[in-house]
Write a protein that binds this ligand. Structure first.
Ligand SMILES: Cc1ncc(COP(=O)(O)OP(=O)(O)O)c(N)n1
Ligand SMILES: Cc1ncsc1CCOP(=O)(O)O
Ligand SMILES: [Mg+2]
Length: 517
């Protein structure tokens, strides 16, 4: 049960879900088709909004069977369940902006229009998905006609590419900047507030990647740098979703387009080396800004057995015995310490950091995890294996978000409620004490063996006992230990001794029998 670095209650979902938000989230409702390949359509919309910190709900218009080679099948959503999806979300969830993608039939458009009339939203972004990036046709001319007449009058912005601009404007082809301007004017007459004609496929390479935004008076051009990558599937859906996401945050449309173009550019850059599928066009990397957990080298998968003999350093004691903290750590590990905590109450940040770097070098050689007491910043800066937090330190949930899933987080707890919270917030273990009175941490309430055991029996996390434990009372602590008590944490019993290695060996010898039954 305790063999993983992260308790079962912590999933990746905890990470992007921003720091304990009680305020409402900007919300985009995506009305689009599902892409089984995950690169475009609904899947792209949800990823793009998620990456920009915007909530995205979903009304699926069609299920498509797609991959990186093309579209293999389309099943339109039955009208009643399509209408119910819209009704469910719009009646309950305070949608800011509706973003549409594939609208496969006239009936689907009609239903959407009447729902938008019943439940007005702040913004409507129409991405007129008529043709997939693979070239496959996704809708009929009748549908395009309906889109112009029924949906564009409500739209804040419509985002056709060159082919779609030609279909919507009735022009035989749109392939120059002048064509784009003409098409934009024709489409504007259907009633949207803005038309964005995307020039990604312009013939003249010098003009390629110019998008034209038209508000009925002025043309704004947005230039991007062409990114050499074949992973472009879903670019249109993503751009429109980003615009919708920015609008949902309250950004004005020209600024939203600019931000969306910036995001697309970065996503394309980060997709260059991605290999998904055998076909010509793979998906974008929507989550380029998030750390790639799959690539983080796992120094330690935390094990409860690491807690068996937990050495907590004290610079005052080590100074008194004329040794550096790194030397003391090396000796403790040599003597059998199973985890080390650097506990520095006086040091300047820069000195603490230097000391931590030196100690990590020592600990890494032996594979013993090393955590930092109190200071998440130092732990992150020096690449420690984790942090030990007290009740008045940074909250565990926030620390977990910052540290990621692979690092160890320990929390000091004196009550069952504190333990439960530590568990829910993503801690790996609990430090519980002071079990006995101690001079090392003054004014610290002693909870006794009964207090320790009461917490252990209610704890869903592994526990390590701390406070006044030494070679003479360690057996008493462990003799009838509850199954969740996995070790003892000690300071003076190791570091207020002339020979740390020897002191650690003695204590390790005293406790070994309790862990081998
Ligand atoms: C393993 C372990 N358990 C408890 C503590 C105490 O932490 P805290 O209550 O934050 O007090 P300080 O150590 O910061 O004085 C600990 N350090 N390690
Ligand atoms: C840090 C801490 N937290 C509770 S008691 C204590 C001090 C433990 O030190 P010692 O092992 O010397 O009693
Ligand atoms: Mg503390």
């Amino acid at each position: 049960m305790y063999s993983l670095a992260v308790p079962a209650n912590i999933g990746l979902s905890l990470l992007p879900a921003a720091v304990s938000e009680s305020c409402r989230k900007p919300h985009v409702l995506s009305v689009s088709g599902s892409d089984s390949g995950g690169g475009a359509g609904m899947q792209a919309d949800i990823k793009a909004c998620g990456a920009l910190g915007v909530y995205c709900s979903a009304a699926i218009t069609a299920i498509t069977a797609q991959n990186t080679t093309g579209v293999q099948g389309i099943q339109v959503t039955p009208e009643n369940i399509f209408a119910m999806q819209l009704q469910s979300v719009l009646s309950d969830m305070e949608v800011d902006v509706v973003k549409t993608g594939m609208l496969p039939t006239v009936q689907i458009i009609d239903i959407l229009r009447s729902q938008l009339e019943s439940y007005p939203v702040k913004g409507l972004v129409v991405d007129p998905v008529l043709i997939a990036s693979s070239g496959d046709c996704l809708t009929s001319h009748e549908v395009a006609d309906m889109l112009c007449k029924r949906l564009l009058p409500l739209a804040d912005i419509v985002t056709p590419n060159l082919t779609e601009a030609a279909v919507l404007s009735g022009k035989s082809r749109v392939c120059t900047l002048l064509d784009m301007q003409e098409a934009a004017k024709i489409i504007k007459d259907f009633g949207p507030r803005y038309v964005l004609v995307k020039g990604g496929h312009l013939q003249d390479i010098s003009e390629a990647n110019v998008d034209l935004l038209y508000d009925g008076e002025t043309f704004y051009d947005f230039h991007g740098t062409r990114v050499e990558t074949l992973n472009t599937h879903g670019t249109g859906c993503t751009l429109a979703s980003c615009i919708a996401a920015e609008m949902a945050k309250g950004v004005q449309i020209p600024e939203a387009v600019k931000a969306a173009k910036g995001y697309i550019q970065a996503a394309l850059e980060h997709s260059k080396n991605m290999k998904i599928g055998k076909g010509p066009h793979g998906p974008l990397n929507h989550f380029f800004a998030f750390p790639e957990y799959s690539k983080i080298r796992r120094h330690h998968l935390f094990k409860a057995s690491d807690l068996r003999l937990y050495a907590v350093t004290d610079s005052g004691m080590n100074k008194r015995w004329q040794r550096s903290t790194a030397e003391a750590v090396r000796s403790a590990i040599e003597g059998g310490a199973t985890i080390v905590q650097l506990r520095e109450k006086e040091a300047e940040s820069s000195d603490f950091f230097k000391e931590a770097v030196a100690c990590i070098e020592v600990a890494r050689k032996s594979g013993v995890p090393l955590v930092i007491n109190d200071r998440l910043d130092i732990a992150m800066a020096c690449g420690a294996d984790g942090v030990h937090l007290g009740q008045s330190d940074l909250p565990v949930r926030e620390a977990r978000m910052l540290l990621g899933l692979d690092k160890i987080i320990g929390v000091s707890c004196k009550t069952v409620e504190q333990v439960q919270k530590a568990y829910e917030d993503g801690a790996n273990y609990v430090g519980c004490g002071g079990v006995y009175p101690t001079n090392t941490k003054r004014n610290n309430r002693t909870i006794g063996l009964e207090g320790l055991y009461a917490i252990c029996s209610a704890s869903p996390l592994p526990v390590v006992a701390i406070g006044g434990i030494n070679e003479f009372n360690a057996e008493e602590v462990l003799r009838d230990r509850p199954s969740t008590l996995h070790g003892i944490a000690v300071v003076s019993a190791l570091f207020d001794k002339p020979v740390v290695c020897k002191a650690t060996q003695v204590l390790a010898g005293k406790i070994s029998e309790f862990f081998h039954r």
